[in-house]
Design a protein around this ligand. Structure first.
Ligand code: HEM
Length: 535
């Protein structure tokens, strides 16, 4: 319908900021009492002491004491914007209904409001936006069938393919638990012991590891999903966002010069572009495969460390997104926004990708802790369609939406007495059949290095030079066993790749020994290196 979600319950824009010209903009307490003195606490004589019945002061200071919620355990630093997604009604040259019955995609020109949050991953809420790190690209579609979240990153692949490893991966990239400093050695200790991460490390240490800003970067769902049509037939799909502004990345040197002057450059760039009416746009593409194991491929299509080659699985356009409205309250809209991979609508489904399954538990679990049990009642997270649920109560519950004619006494189902009822099915159920042993085992077609080599060879010369220089710079701070294992993995990916890293490390070693033992091992230098080369 093209309209956007109201920013806050009170339509905050009319509340003071843009009040009618002659209306006084009266400050009140949160109880609605007009505040007549906001400068002085109540005291016995004007030199104090203060009294305890200072209701306004105590409310003001105790609210201030609670102004933060825990930050996201990953992706803590972010920026958000509202916009609209417009469907093409087709996928490539086919009607989209052939593959999915998801309503938001069906008609050409159909508009769905969206909210997007971009982020960096590893560091805290106010960390520099120039750090080497994947970038988050999370989109919430407020569809007529309820919300759909597409929680992606800028890079198309990931470090690991099993959710079991995620806390270890993140611990290795977060600050050292003793020094509270991020360490290249800890990062590469994990990567050297995780051969499937070689491909991601190749992207991350190239200029793709530092997108120039949020507007000029791609997005990808990374994990494999399914589409289901009205006949209950499924295909497996991958999603990709392509920026119409073009793609722009930074070398390490460029990033450092920006960081010296501005550590909010990406948030600023997004906010100012939208404020100036220069609305960023992305086209959404999908790649489609038949719903089977694809034994003909030398990788497993459910393995998120792999790219589905574009020449075999073309990118098919399905719609376009425009971001056209800034948040009016960063905390309410960006900080409290909650995205998750479980949030799908009819016609979209999960694949068996083991990472996706692990992620799907993790998001709503952390949000019940981070934001609270009723995080879905907040305007930024609530769907635009009517909610009618028997899940009531809990901390900070503030409203119950009733369906037309619903008996409010009946908070259970099934019932004869006017309670809520199940919805009719929108199409045939998709019911895949499984037969396998229950076990703990990695997939067969791991093929950890081939695509890393292809990615290396596909880079332009300057990108390869920056990659080698970034890797050498970080690996030179690492234990020899880590260096040797990484050179072995890069060589398995591409002989030249491994050789250039090895030569770079030898040169660095020589440089350091020429400087003498103190220069080479100075703890100060180690600290600077660790801070500079964020993963
Ligand atoms: C955020 C878990 C893999 C993209 C988060 C959060 C958790 C999490 C707990 C914080 C959510 C919040 O506080 O609201 C996991 C787990 C993973 C995984 C357990 C693997 C098993 C991935 C992958 C991607 C990804 C592969 C890329 C497609 C994101 C994004 C956010 C996020 C973009 C930030 C969402 C926002 O802006 O609020 N993840 N994640 N994650 N994750 Fe993951």
């Amino acid at each position: 319908n093209g309209t956007h979600k109201p920013a806050g319950e009170n339509g905050s824009a009319s509340n003071g900021l843009m009040g009618a010209e002659n209306e006084p903009r009266i400050l009140t307490t949160r109880q609605g009492h007009p505040v007549t003195d906001n400068q002085n606490i109540r005291t016995v004589g004007n030199r104090g002491p203060a009294t305890m019945e200072n209701y306004h002061f105590i409310e003001k200071i105790s609210h201030f004491d609670r102004e933060r919620v825990p930050e996201r355990v990953v992706h803590a630093r972010g920026a958000g914007a509202h916009g609209v997604f417009e469907a093409y009604g087709t996928v490539g040259d086919q009607p989209i209904a052939k593959y999915t019955r998801a309503k938001l995609f069906q008609e050409k020109g159909k508009q769905t409001p969206v909210f997007v949050r971009f982020s960096t991953v590893g560091h805290g809420g106010h960390s520099p936006e120039t750090l080497r790190d994947p970038r988050g690209f999370a989109v919430k579609f407020y569809t007529e069938d309820g919300n759909w979240d597409l929680v992606g990153n800028n890079l198309k692949i990931f470090f690991i393919r099993d959710a079991m490893k995620f806390p270890d991966l993140i611990h290795s990239q977060k600050p050292d638990p003793v020094t509270n400093i991020q360490s290249g050695e800890r990062i590469f200790d994990f990567i050297a012991n995780t051969p499937e991460a070689t491909h991601m490390a190749t992207f991350l240490f190239s200029p793709y590891g530092i997108p120039a800003n949020y507007r000029q970067m791609q997005g990808s769902g990374v994990n494999t999903y399914k589409w289901v049509n009205a006949d209950g037939e499924a295909v497996i799909v991958k999603y990709h966002w392509e920026p119409l502004q073009g793609i722009r990345n930074l070398t390490q040197a460029e990033a450092e010069s920006i960081q010296a002057k501005n550590f909010n450059h990406a948030t600023q760039d997004l906010f100012e572009a939208i404020k100036d009416g220069n609305f960023p746009q992305w086209e959404l593409f999908v790649q489609i495969m038949s719903d089977d194991e694809h034994p003909e491929l030398d990788f497993d299509p459910l393995d998120d460390t792999k790219i589905w080659p574009k020449d075999q699985f073309p990118w098919l356009p399905v719609g376009k997104m425009t971001l056209n409205r800034n948040p009016v309250d960063y905390f309410n809209e960006v900080e409290l926004s909650a995205f998750g991979t479980g949030v799908l609508v009819d016609g979209l489904d999960f694949s068996d990708d083991k990472m996706l399954q692990g992620r799907t538990f993790s998001y709503s679990d952390t949000q019940r802790y981070r934001v609270g049990a009723n995080y879905l009642q907040l305007p930024i997270n609530a769907p635009l369609v009517k909610v009618a649920t028997n899940q009531r109560g809990g901390q900070m519950s503030y409203k119950t939406d009733f369906a037309e004619g619903q008996n409010p006494h009946i908070n259970y189902e099934p019932s004869f007495l006017g309670g809520l009822q199940e919805a009719p099915k929108a199409g045939k159920d998709y019911t895949p059949r499984y037969e396998a042993n229950l076990l703990r085992q990695k997939i067969d077609r791991t093929n950890d290095f081939k695509q890393a080599g292809e990615t290396y060879r596909n880079f332009e010369d300057w990108e390869r030079d920056d990659l080698i220089s970034n890797l050498v710079s970080t690996l030179s701070t690492c234990d020899k066993r880590i260096q040797d294992k990484m050179v072995e993995h890069f060589t398995l990916a591409d002989e030249e790749y491994g050789r250039r890293v090895a030569e770079g490390l030898q040169l660095k070693l020589k440089d350091q020994s020429d400087k003498g033992p103190i220069g080479a091992t100075s703890p100060k230098e180690g600290v600077e290196e660790a801070q500079r080369v964020s993963h």
